[in-house]
Design a protein around this ligand. Structure first.
Ligand code: BEZ
Length: 179
C-alpha cells in the first residue's frame, strides 16, 4: 500500500448555496481525488458507517479535537470517508458540529473498492462498506498506512485501535523524533 497513488474518483458532494433559494439551499458539487489530495499532506480515515457508535463517540470526535496536534505534525487536512451518500454524511457532520474534519461521501463505494478496503457487512444489514483504516497521504501518495486487523467480510467484531487518532499522532511524533 505504501507509495501507492490514491484512486482517481469523482465524489458527488452536496454544498450549501444560497443562490438555490428555498428552505434547503443545497446543490450537487463534484469533487475529484485531485481536489482533495493534490499538493497536501493529509490524514484520511475510513470507517464502516456514519452515525455508528464507535465512529460517532470516539473516532470522529477525537480526530476533530486533536486537529491542532495533527497540524503541528505537518498535516494540512483531516478527511473522514465512508460508504455513505452526501445527504447522510452532511447530516452526520451537522450532528457532530464539525469545524475541522472534512467528510467525504463515497456513496457508490468506488474509492473504497479501488483502495482494496471494501467489505461485505450484510450480517448487519449494511451491504458493502469500508474496512476501518487510516492513512497519511502526501500529494496523493500513501505515506503511512494504519489498517485494523482481521480484514474480512461479515466480521463479527469491529476492531478499532491502530486507526485511532491517538495512535497515528504517536506514530507521527515518534518518526519526527527519530528523523
Ligand atoms: C461502530 O460502533 O462504529 C460500528 C457498529 C456497528 C457496525 C459498524 C461500526
Amino acid at each position: 500500500m505504501l507509495g501507492r497513488k490514491v484512486p482517481a474518483v469523482t465524489f458527488r458532494t452536496r454544498i450549501r448555496d444560497e443562490a438555490v433559494g428555498g428552505s434547503n439551499p443545497f446543490r450537487w458539487q463534484d469533487v475529484s481525488s485531485d481536489d482533495y489530495f493534490a499538493g497536501k499532506r493529509v490524514v484520511l480515515f475510513s470507517l464502516p458507517g456514519a452515525f455508528t457508535p464507535t465512529c460517532s463517540t470516539y473516532q470522529l470526535p477525537d480526530f476533530e479535537k486533536l486537529t491542532a496536534d495533527f497540524r503541528a505534525e505537518g498535516i494540512d487536512e483531516i478527511y473522514c470517508i465512508s460508504v455513505n451518500d452526501a445527504f447522510v454524511m452532511n447530516a452526520w457532520g451537522k450532528s457532530q458540529s464539525l469545524e475541522n474534519v472534512k467528510l467525504i461521501p463515497d456513496g457508490s463505494g468506488e474509492f473504497t473498492r479501488k483502495m482494496g478496503m471494501l467489505v461485505a457487512k450484510d450480517n448487519l444489514g449494511f451491504g458493502m462498506r469500508s474496512w476501518r483504516y487510516a492513512a497519511v497521504i502526501n500529494n496523493g501518495l500513501v505515506e503511512q498506512w494504519f489498517e485494523e486487523e482481521g480484514y474480512s467480510d461479515n466480521c463479527d467484531s469491529d476492531p478499532y485501535g491502530v486507526s485511532s487518532p491517538q495512535n497515528i499522532l504517536e506514530t507521527l511524533k515518534s518518526e519526527k523524533l527519530a528523523a
